[in-house]
Design a protein around this ligand. Structure first.
Ligand SMILES: Nc1ncnc2c1ncn2[C@@H]1O[C@H](COP(=O)(O)OP(=O)(O)OP(=O)(O)O)[C@@H](O)[C@H]1O
Length: 398
């Protein structure tokens, strides 16, 4: 069932796991990989660092307990078939997969800078240049998959990974809910905070809406649509109304161009909403991404110069390294007065909710938790106007 063709094959000499998806044992896996620390987890999977024993290459290995997937086996198949067919610098690469009797192991490119959820939780918000480069990266990934008629359907900070050296460079992962769209889709799925107003019948434009929500959060530190009581029905009503508020004082320093892009991405009518390609070409995105790239280049040059000076100092002694001013202040700018102190959801009356990544600190009134849990349901069983809204929400397991 899981047999797929991957764009990459292991070539190591004593790496003898079958590559055709046939079943292996845990000891076969452990013989080939040194499985290390946990680097992330989700509703269905635990992700660990791993190292190939034959050549020392490091990867991320996503370990899925298949009993957790009963009724949702398609999620694993999606991840294998769709992610396995993609090859783009802004998308996490799947390099191999193995199945034991109970678990599936997806060996992926290791993207070691943590996810955007953690970065937002730590930094609160980002300067426009940083947000612009991140939007550019996300748009590149979306444009690539949308050109292949693939919709991701769960674009959110948890599924965007930072390239370790560059906090502003992102790669898109977790294709568990992705699918090929050839006609309008009627399956409700996604994560409430990022879900588009056309949730009942949609196409690739839902990913661009989610991108708009993420951009809004990156710039001010809290989501555009919030239910004060964390009531999902109220949240969906707010999303459907599509009223975007640029709350003062949080939005006061943010440019009109950035606000314009937020409006164009959070356009309720998907036929008028920007496409991923148009977003990539948006003047604010181009200008900000270019500023950020330039700054990163300068920072890198300064780091190299500084390392060189330290080495020279060690080799030649202090008298040889007296040139002042080469190493400018490379401290990151101080931003993030507002911190997203929680991005969690709480159990709701009509949902099967559970969540991880809770934060204990208090938040300013505007900063209620974003509802980051993934939901999957069919359109026939949900009515956004019905008070007795019942949605099965699938949460990150603790
Ligand atoms: N290739 C990778 N490199 C580094 N970290 C990763 C990688 N893939 C995933 N992670 C980390 O593991 C976490 C969980 O991974 P992932 O989202 O794929 O799991 P999941 O169970 O499918 O999630 P969900 O609950 O959204 O369905 C991510 O949020 C990220 O922090």
């Amino acid at each position: 069932k899981y047999k797929q063709t991957l764009p990459y094959r292991f070539t190591g000499t004593n790496f003898d796991l079958p590559l055709d998806g046939s079943e292996v044992t845990l000891s076969d896996i452990e013989r080939c990989y040194d499985i290390g620390r946990v680097i992330g987890d989700g509703n269905f999977a635990m992700v660990r660092e791993c190292c190939r024993r034959d050549n020392g290459q490091t990867f991320a290995i996503k370990i899925v307990e298949r009993s957790k997937l009963i009724g949702r086996e398609h999620m694993m198949q999606n991840e294998l078939s769709l992610l396995g067919s993609l090859c783009h610098p802004r998308i996490v690469r799947l390099v191999a997969y193995h199945h034991t009797h109970t678990h599936s192991y997806l060996v992926m490119e290791l993207v070691s800078g943590g996810d955007l959820f953690e970065a937002i939780s730590e930094r609160g918000k980002f300067p426009e240049a940083d947000a612009g480069l991140m939007v550019s990266d996300m748009s590149e990934a979306l444009n690539y998959i949308h050109c292949k008629s693939i919709v991701h359907r769960d674009l959110k900070p948890e599924n965007l990974l930072h390239v370790a050296a560059d906090i502003c460079r992102l790669k898109l992962g977790d294709f568990g809910l992705a699918m090929v769209v050839t006609e309008p889709v009627f399956t409700i799925c996604g994560t409430p905070t990022y879900v588009a107003p056309e949730i009942l019948c949609y196409g690739v434009a839902v990913d661009v809406w989610a991108l708009g929500v993420i951009l809004y959060i990156l710039l001010c530190g809290f989501p555009p649509f919030l239910s004060r009581d964390r009531d999902q029905e109220e949240l969906f009503q707010l999303i459907k109304q599509g009223q975007i508020n640029f709350l003062s004082p949080y939005w006061d320093p943010i440019s009109e161009e950035a606000r314009g892009l937020v409006r164009a991405l959070l356009q309720p009518d998907p036929t008028v909403r920007l496409t991923a390609e148009q977003t990539l070409l948006h003047p604010w995105v181009k200008a900000m991404a270019s500023n950020c790239r330039q700054r990163m280049l300068i920072d890198k040059t300064q780091r190299i110069t500084s390392d060189y000076k330290v080495e020279a100092h060690q080799v030649q002694g202090p008298a040889q390294t007296g040139t002042a001013g080469i190493m400018a202040d490379t401290k990151p700018s101080s931003e993030g007065e507002i911190t997203v102190k929680e991005f969690n959801g709480t159990p709701e009356k009509h949902t099967e909710m559970n969540t991880s990544r809770e934060k204990d600190e208090d938040e300013p009134p505007q900063h209620q938790s974003a509802q980051t849990e993934t939901l999957v349901h069919t359109a026939s069983s949900i009515n956004l106007n019905t008070p007795a809204l019942t949605i099965n929400c699938l949460f990150k397991s603790d």
